[in-house]
Write a protein that binds this ligand. Structure first.
Ligand SMILES: Cc1ncc(COP(=O)(O)O)c(C=O)c1O
Length: 184
């Protein structure tokens, strides 16, 4: 019988990623906790300023989590019942669209696992208000093609950047290549 003595390669080594920041993170968290100033604190404001600079965007607002950020973006743009939003079919980001009462229009991904821009146009109707792209596994979507479609059809573009902090392409850096973006 073949003995399986395989090399194990972790799919997503979160400890490996975080260990080099551990001391710094513990210091920041412990100052934050002992400061007891959790809402609208200096720490949050400092984070908002630093993160907007990192993304190259004008504004950043700290909220509870990534899904809240996307929900608030949809509400802020008056997207609700009767509206449609195009969303990749292989993510759960579509829950945010249904949570504001709008209709999800799923579009299949391409080989890079991100939404396939060549399939978007056929999914647009008179009710379509936005394309909500999700940059999965650290890879930015094909924003040049998506931006052309959105411009042509007067649609908003929003980004779910929960898995792609710092990713960029010729189009720019995630969080700064659309009308608004949410991070986790
Ligand atoms: C692609 C994607 N979108 C949204 C979220 C939700 O983020 P949060 O857990 O901060 O609400 C996640 C969380 O991992 C995610 O991977």
């Amino acid at each position: 019988m073949l003995k399986h003595n395989l090399l194990k390669i972790p799919f997503f080594d979160i400890n490996g990623l975080n260990s080099r920041f551990q001391d710094e993170l513990i210091k920041v968290f412990s100052n934050f906790i002992s400061g007891k100033d959790y809402i609208l604190s200096n720490g949050v404001e400092q984070f908002e300023n630093e993160f907007s600079r990192y993304c190259g965007s004008k504004y950043c607002i700290g909220v509870g989590n990534g899904l809240d950020a996307l929900r608030l973006i949809l509400l802020a743009h008056n997207i609700g019942p009767g509206d449609e939003a195009i969303v990749p079919s292989n993510t759960y980001t579509m829950n945010e669209v249904t949570s504001v009462g709008a209709t999800v229009v799923p579009v299949e991904p391409a080989n890079d696992f991100n939404i396939d821009p060549s399939l978007i146009e056929d999914s647009i109707t008179n009710q379509t208000k936005a394309i909500l792209v999700v940059h999965l596994y650290g890879r930015i979507c094909r924003m040049d093609e998506i931006k052309l479609i959105a411009k042509d059809k007067s649609l908003l573009i929003f980004e779910d950047c929960a898995q792609a902090h710092g990713a960029y392409s010729d189009c720019g850096k995630v969080g700064n290549v659309s009308d608004a973006a949410g991070f986790s």
